[in-house]
Design a protein around this ligand. Structure first.
Ligand SMILES: Cc1cc2nc3c(=O)[nH]c(=O)nc-3n(C[C@H](O)[C@H](O)[C@H](O)COP(=O)(O)OP(=O)(O)OC[C@H]3O[C@@H](n4cnc5c(N)ncnc54)[C@H](O)[C@@H]3O)c2cc1C
Ligand code: FES
Ligand code: FES
Length: 496
């Protein structure tokens, strides 16, 4: 990675001022799952990286205010997927957040980063479109609210102006019942973006909204107000014709490496039909639950319920970030040179305080392996796909190749070297040996850390939960079955 200057502003005004001052040379850093890859492959050429994770007004969180559910831009997918209010009112967004990458990616990837990266395949873009979300943006001129349908311009391009920062995304709570669903096709779960990503919402008046991505330069929203799609008595032909019209803006690129245009268009139709059916079913379930009337055809054109107006620029309620070091371990808020001058940081690694001076572009993986001699975490793909570098930071697994060491300042870091206790392998490690889970062994430290984190959070996981937890850990030897058995055997023993 080329050298850059690292800035860690404490307020929104400071962050905006930094972006204004450095213009095209500055990049905002949230979870880094897109940015760090870009900095490494030099598709991003930032000279200044502005980390927003310590900005007071941008603390992650999800809160109701003034008729909207406001999700702070820095909220990560793991927390969005698990949030009860999102699951209850905006299930398609919860479903989308739950399928972004792997556990390691979801623990870092933020909602703001997902929409600002503006990939046509961004999973959260389509549910935000069907729910009529509003993007809250802060800049030198104050706060403005951009309807999400006016936010995306094309691959990597949005209507954000220079120096503007997305502070939150607001979802309107007003309006009646809505059934919704998010579906996608991908080549490999946990590692690849979607070949097609699609959300649908059906409201009590029979209005159907479909948003689809990865089939054109930007995600598209289509609205059908005829009521035909939501009416169980409609003929298949009538429904197919309506859907075809809604999907007519799809224009997949013939140059994409993921799938041919023909495949994408065929899958788009399949997913659209399924998502509308699922959304309509959910609406009916809600109707039964509330003994309200079932969906019926509308006779007049009516759009979605508008977002309630004005909320402050500040993000929703803060979520506490565990700190494990005393206050004096805190480091300066930025490097003071436009180069790789070392930055002093302190973190707790496997229970021991470690102080380092590292250049801002040094990844946590490099610091662990090369500076601290902890070579358990392995270097392999360096793009967050293989999980060989998995470590646990502040209780959550991350790909250490996608975290800057400066971001781990003040953090609690666990590596595979910290699993053994008193010179003895942990029970989990022994189980890996007993079940023959380790073959060449290259992936095993990462697998162990994903397993450890899963068991910490869910001591009796199902096989499906184990497979989901390991979706971000590739084993080139293909020993998945033995790895799963080892983890489940430890869970069984604990349960006895
Ligand atoms: C292995 C892997 C699998 C992935 N799978 C998926 C997937 O299945 N679905 C999917 O949608 N994505 C996927 N991604 C992409 C990525 O994880 C998401 O786009 C993620 O949400 C980006 O968020 P971030 O916080 O990491 O953004 P960052 O990398 O920190 O930032 C991304 C961009 O947005 C800008 N930015 C960030 N926050 C703000 C803000 N508040 N205001 C203004 N600009 C901002 C940054 O400057 C940068 O240009 C995957 C990535 C990897 C590496
Ligand atoms: S995910 Fe980090 S090296 Fe592959
Ligand atoms: S044991 Fe060889 S890569 Fe997994």
């Amino acid at each position: 990675m080329h050298p850059f200057r690292y800035e860690r502003p404490a307020t929104l005004d400071e962050a905006i001022a930094l972006l204004e001052r450095h213009g095209g040379d500055a990049r905002l850093l949230a979870g880094g799952t897109d940015l760090i890859i870009g900095l490494r492959d030099r598709s991003e050429s930032a000279r200044v990286v502005v980390d927003v994770k310590h900005v007071a007004e941008l603390r992650p969180g999800i809160a109701e205010r003034d008729g909207v559910l406001a999700i702070a831009a820095t909220t990560v997918m793991t927390d969005i997927a698990a949030n009860a209010r999102v699951g209850d009112r905006f299930v398609a967004l919860a479903e989308a957040a739950a399928v972004v990458g792997s556990v390691q990616i979801r623990n870092r990837a933020t909602l703001g980063g997902n929409i600002c990266n503006a990939s046509p395949a961004a999973d959260t873009a389509t549910p935000l479109l069907v729910y009529g979300a509003v993007v809250v943006v802060a800049g030198r001129g104050g706060v403005r609210r951009i309807p999400i349908d006016e936010f995306f311009v094309g691959p990597g391009a949005t209507t954000l102006l220079r120096g503007e920062i997305v502070t939150a995304v607001e979802l309107p709570l007003a309006g009646g019942r809505v059934g919704a669903a998010h579906l996608r096709r991908t080549r490999r779960r946990g590692h690849d973006l979607a070949s097609v990503t699609l959300s649908s919402a059906v409201d009590g008046r029979g209005v159907v909204r479909i948003a689809y991505g990865s089939v054109g330069p930007r995600p598209v929203l289509a609205i059908d107000e005829s009521g035909v799609l939501a009416d169980p008595s409609s003929s298949d032909d009538a429904r197919a014709a309506r859907l075809e019209r809604m999907l007519s803006a799809a224009s997949p690129s013939p140059r994409s490496m993921r799938a041919s245009p023909e495949y994408r268009l065929a899958m788009l139709r399949v997913l659209a039909a399924r998502a509308v059916a699922r959304a309509a079913e959910r609406l009916v379930e809600q109707s039964r639950a509330s003994t309200a009337a079932p969906p019926r055809r509308v006779t007049s054109a009516a759009g979605p319920a508008p977002a309630d107006a004005v909320a402050p620029a500040a993000g929703p309620a803060p979520a506490a970030r565990p700190r494990t070091l005393p206050a004096e371990a805190a480091t300066p808020s930025s490097t003071d040179a436009d180069d790789d001058s070392p930055v002093a940081i302190a973190m707790v690694v496997n229970g021991r305080e470690r102080r380092l001076e590292v250049p801002a572009h040094r990844t946590l993986l490099e610091a662990l392996r090369d500076d601290l001699g902890l070579t358990g975490a392995k270097e392999c793909c360096l793009v967050g796909e293989c999980g060989a570098c998995t470590v646990i930071v502040d209780g959550r697994t991350v790909d250490a190749c996608l975290v800057l060491t400066v971001e781990a300042d003040g953090a609690d870091v666990r590596t595979v070297e910290g699993l053994a206790e008193g010179g003895r392998l942990s029970r989990l490690q022994e189980a890996f040996l007993e079940k023959g889970a380790a073959q060449c062994g290259y992936c095993i430290p990462g697998q162990l850390m994903s397993a450890r984190s899963l068991l910490d959070l869910d001591p009796r996981p199902t096989l499906a939960a184990v497979q989901e937890a390991l979706a971000g850990n590739l084993c080139r030897c293909g020993g998945y079955r033995q790895i799963e058995e080892a983890i489940l055997s430890v869970a069984d023993e604990d349960a006895r």
